[in-house]
Design a protein around this ligand. Structure first.
Ligand code: ZN
Length: 333
């Protein structure tokens, strides 16, 4: 079936089978007004030392999330091949055009990398990147860590996460890697819509896949960057790629038992948060109010918790639109 697809147009400037540390690019041809034979140059680092497992580490799947890129650009600079058994492939900013623009989606094609899988070799720039990961990088990996944060519009408690999977052996390995990451919170994650996600692509290939949500608001914090840096080293130790013990710290496991975790705004307006991230809430509690801004004298719209748990994510900007995710509640396990 794969033979029916044309080859990728992306040319790597690194050799995935060569020992040592290589800093190069995935060069994606992109012809445009300001560069007729131009390219998108996506930074990639390969650190290899002999045979052994391969970890594929990514950030910037969404371009406005910074803990992953900060941890991974640093890891690429500092990880010594001598300390590696196997291969570490690092792509700190997967949707590089989006990362350069500081936006969630690509300014070239509006492509959302995490809705573009399996991608297309003859598609948009975003689809071509997805196709390269689908057919060239994911098959090389034993373990995949993809960093996310909330971006400009959401803010999260810092957690590492994996999904409930039909293959319980694969699921158990993923949750063991989440535990090793040692974020303050660890999540059994439910997706609103898993179609087209990198997560799903990796899991369908049988890979051990872990992800994170480590804050948000279109910036990073000292604490969440420390969590990201420690977490990625812990995952490499857990995978046997870097020697040494996992630096465990206590983690609180959370579960998202159903779609009732999510609350969406039904009208736009100005948000007033009534509980902060990590605060306990009971089913029926008002967690946020949305105040009308078009005139005075309007009663606010109340956003109520549909289950008892803790506030795990919230809309970040002060203004909200109808349909925006206003709050996410998760249950402490
Ligand atoms: Zn994201």
């Amino acid at each position: 079936m794969l033979s029916m697809l044309r080859p990728t147009p992306i040319v790597p400037t690194v050799d995935f089978d060569r020992d040592g540390a290589q800093h190069g690019f995935l060069r994606l041809p992109y012809s445009r007004d300001d560069s007729a034979w131009g390219s998108v140059m996506i930074p990639i680092c390969v650190i290899r030392n002999g045979t052994g497992p391969t970890a594929l580490l990514t950030g910037g799947n969404h371009g406005d999330e910074y803990e992953g890129p900060l941890a991974l650009f640093e890891l690429a600079r500092t990880l010594d091949p001598k300390d590696v058994s196997g291969t570490v492939i690092i792509v700190p900013a997967m949707n590089y055009p989006a990362f350069q623009a500081g936006t969630r989606t690509s300014p070239i094609d509006r492509g959302n990398m995490n809705r573009a899988f399996p991608g297309r070799p003859d598609g948009t720039v975003t689809e071509k990147i997805a196709d390269y990961f689908q057919r060239e990088l994911l098959p090389r990996a034993n373990i995949v860590l993809d960093f996310h944060s909330g971006g400009r519009t959401l803010d999260f408690l810092p957690f590492c996460a994996a999904h409930i999977l039909p293959d319980k052996t694969q699921e158990e390995k993923a949750f063991a890697a989440v535990e090793a990451f040692s974020a303050p919170y660890s999540m059994k994650m439910l997706e609103i819509d898993a179609v087209g996600m990198y997560d799903t692509a990796a899991e369908d290939l049988g890979k051990v896949f872990v992800t994170t949500e480590l804050g948000g608001g279109g910036t990073s914090r000292a604490h969440t960057v420390r969590v990201a840096r420690r977490g990625v080293m812990n995952v490499l130790r857990h995978a046997g790629i870097v020697a040494g013990e996992v630096e465990t710290t206590p983690t609180q496991w959370l579960d998202m038992p159903s779609g009732d975790c999510f609350s969406f705004a039904e009208e736009g307006g100005m948000v007033e948060t009534l509980v902060d991230l990590g605060d306990p809430v009971k089913e029926g509690d008002v967690v946020a109010c949305i105040h009308a801004t078009s005139r005075t004298g309007q009663a606010p719209q109340e956003i109520r918790a549909k289950m008892t748990g803790i506030l795990t994510a919230r809309h970040f900007p002060g203004l909200i639109k109808a349909g925006d995710c206003a709050a996410v509640i998760a249950v402490e396990v």
